[in-house]
Design a protein around this ligand. Structure first.
Ligand SMILES: Nc1nc2c(ncn2[C@@H]2O[C@H](COP(=O)(O)OP(=O)(O)OP(=O)(O)O)[C@@H](O)[C@H]2O)c(=O)[nH]1
Ligand SMILES: [Mg+2]
Length: 153
């Protein structure tokens, strides 16, 4: 039976940086494109931000990601708004970590992102700040991902 146990699922608000992070983690050329539908690749499931942003789509976000080996909830450090409900990640019977993106940005607010991700139910020790543009924090994040999912080359 097909399984997503060896895939990492990316969820987070529109424009939070899911696709850019995926491109950085897989060493792809970074090119902007709005994610319009769930996109499966060998090791990742990329979702449109609408899945967590619009309550009517939220069950869909859970359905397509819940059997992944690891779920990453992404929060942009430049985003002043939150739309992830309290303890949202407790829905999952799968490991979930938080990633704060855009830490290179001049409007980066790390504390706010940490608050949003802990509000969503992620333990502070499981939150990792990165910049997909400069590469800061990416090596550390890859090491964490590999604790959950094996990417055989
Ligand atoms: N400065 C900076 N910009 C970033 C970073 N990551 C993403 N961006 C920018 O943020 C914008 C949105 O990034 P996406 O990766 O498309 O966001 P997404 O979460 O996939 O958005 P949807 O597909 O709409 O859900 C793009 O213009 C990216 O270039 C980062 O680490 N630093
Ligand atoms: Mg996207």
């Amino acid at each position: 039976m097909a399984t997503n146990k060896n895939r990492v699922a990316l969820i987070g608000r529109i424009g939070s940086g899911k696709t850019t992070l995926f491109q950085r983690l897989t060493n792809e050329f970074i090119v902007y494109g709005k994610t319009q539908q769930v996109s499966y690749s060998e090791h990742f499931i990329d979702t449109p931000g609408e899945f967590v942003e619009l309550p009517c789509f939220r069950p869909q976000a859970i359905n397509v990601t819940c059997d992944s080996g690891l779920i990453i909830l992404i929060n942009s450090s430049t985003d002043a708004q939150n739309s992830v409900p309290p303890n949202f990640v407790c829905t999952y019977n799968a490991p979930v970590i938080g990633v704060i993106t855009k830490i290179d940005h001049r409007h980066c607010d790390l504390k706010r992102s940490q608050r949003y991700l802990t509000y969503a139910g992620i333990h502070a020790n499981n939150i990792f700040p990165v910049s997909a543009i400069t590469g800061e924090g990416i090596a550390a994040l890859k090491a964490v991902i590999q604790q959950y999912v094996t990417f055989e080359s």
